[in-house]
Design a protein around this ligand. Structure first.
Ligand code: ADP
Ligand code: MG
Length: 273
């Protein structure tokens, strides 16, 4: 796969950020989308009233894409992520993931799809405090009964990728917030998910630490071809992605792609906004 990454400087909110364009040659929009969302709604019953949180979402996400979801607090971003991640069921509408209809599956089958195809990173790392960094990264595989030696090899390789190989034997309590999140990111991709869902992964970190973590998502996309959806309030981070989906009141009100031209342009073309 050709590496067409170019580094340019983007200025957002007064902060200069390094912008690394992903290798878009991995994105194939000719076949079925990896994620296909149609007419998705989600309502909650609250104190006898129906709260419509998602009001009809249509969204296609192709394999290899990196996109951000932005919008005011309460817009329904986390609810959408939970539905995409099979952690919650929509009220109506359809979600297909890797050719399978998630909305017509039983719980056991859903859990299998989730384990096989989806990785999660949350605002808080949810690492297990009594286990070391490498054990935490290995954990999803160990739970599935995969060989310990295989998982240890993968765990170490991933810790190396996220710049944490020197902290493999440390427990989460001995790591900084940014380091904990690096471990959580390594864990999220240890089973090679097609789709990585990150909900405000740097919402709890300082600016400099956040920027380093943001870069990790691009690195993972480039190294593994993982499709990545990130909910973020960080405007600079959102803008550094080739696609930005904006939600308001349970709807997608904007879906901007800055990479349309990149598909037609020669491989060494500069990325444009
Ligand atoms: P965002 O992530 O964009 O801030 P959320 O998806 O978390 O928004 O929430 C959207 C709306 O749905 C909010 O008004 C929230 O209070 C409501 N909501 C979320 N989950 C539940 C729930 N389990 N029960 C009732 N209301 C909920
Ligand atoms: Mg949220």
């Amino acid at each position: 796969m050709s590496d067409v990454a170019t580094t340019t400087t983007d200025s957002a909110g007064g902060t200069a950020v390094e912008r690394t364009a992903i290798d878009r040659s991995v994105i194939d929009r000719t076949g079925e989308a990896l994620v296909l969302v149609e007419g998705l709604t989600k309502s909650f019953q609250h104190m006898g009233e129906t709260l419509e949180v998602l009001r009809g979402i249509d969204l296609n996400i192709y394999g290899g894409e990196v996109l951000s979801i932005v919008g005011a607090s309460g817009a329904g971003k986390s609810t959408l992520m939970h539905c995409l991640g099979t952690l919650d069921l929509p009220t109506t509408g359809k979600i297909r993931l890797a050719g399978e209809d998630l909305t017509s599956m039983g719980n056991a089958r859903l859990a299998k799809v989730r384990n096989r195809h989806i990785g999660f990173v949350f605002q808080f790392h949810h690492l297990l405090p009594e286990f070391t960094a490498v054990e935490n990264v290995m954990m999803p595989g160990l739970i599935q009964g995969r060989p310990k030696a295989e998982m240890e090899k993968r765990g170490k390789a991933l810790l190396d990728e996220v710049g944490m190989s020197h902290r493999g034997s440390h427990r989460p309590g001995e790591l900084s917030g940014g380091e904990q999140q690096r471990v959580a990111i390594a864990r999220s991709v240890v089973l090679g998910p097609k789709l990585l869902l990150a909900d405000e992964p740097t919402g709890n970190l300082d600016t400099a630490t956040s920027e380093a973590i943001h870069q990790l998502f691009f690195d993972i996309n480039r190294e593994h071809g993982t499709t990545i959806v990130v909910v973020t309030h960080n405007i600079a981070f959102a803008k550094s992605m080739p696609r930005v989906v904006t939600m308001r009141d349970g709807r997608v009100i904007q879906d901007d792609r800055s990479d349309n031209d990149a598909f037609r342009a020669p491989a060494n073309a500069e990325a444009t906004d």
